[in-house]
Design a binder for this molecule. Structure first.
Ligand code: BEZ
Length: 186
């Protein structure tokens, strides 16, 4: 699969009949909100976990020295809590470009804290994309993230901002927290 997912994402969902679409954010979309939204609220999706298993060539690393950013990995029984945004469909032009390094849009149900549910979209970098790096120990991930940097800034900033944003949402994600601890104690 090509690393640049812009064209593929355009083909995947016909949003022309929609005036608004829910988007689930689990990583940088929680703390880097550089797009307009109509409404936002914490929500979770079921059967997925955040993992720093995706390489970043264009934001938190370079083609020669990719950083590590989040993707979602199928994990039956798990819940991933993040932030849901109600957006107009044109927002996906911007986000498809921002998240073009291997991320495809998938439809997902999301559940809000009041128990209500909506169907929406989520960006996932699947294991077959060229930038996928896969698992490593928390210490290895912290070391990698501590060293990498790219056009959007240090990779460590991504991790720290994410951890702080999760704390504000009252979410404890052991994968993220362990790497964060290893990074700040290194
Ligand atoms: C997110 O925060 O949902 C997200 C993370 C990485 C790429 C695209 C979206």
């Amino acid at each position: 699969m090509s690393q640049n997912t812009i064209a593929e994402n355009k083909k995947r969902h016909d949003l022309s009949g929609h005036s608004e679409v829910w988007l689930f954010g689990y990583g940088s979309l929680i703390y880097k909100v550089d797009f307009p939204y109509l409404e936002r609220a914490p929500a979770y999706i079921e059967g997925w976990s955040r993992r720093f298993w995706q390489g970043s060539h264009d934001h938190r690393g370079t083609p020669e020295a990719p950083g590590r950013v989040l993707t979602l990995i199928e994990t039956p029984g798990e819940k991933c809590t993040g932030m849901a945004y109600k957006v107009t469909p044109d927002v996906f032009e911007h986000l498809d470009h921002r998240e073009k390094n291997g991320y495809l849009r998938f439809t997902t149900p999301m559940t809000f804290r009041d128990g209500s549910q909506h169907e929406g979209l989520v960006y996932i970098a699947t294991e077959d994309n060229e930038a996928f790096l896969g698992p490593a120990s928390s210490k290895e991930l912290a070391e990698h993230i501590g060293q990498a940097s790219g056009p959007s800034g240090p990779n460590s900033e991504y991790l720290v901002k994410l951890q702080l944003a999760l704390e504000q949402l009252d979410v404890h994600d052991p994968h993220v927290y362990d790497i964060y601890q290893d990074l700040i104690n290194s």
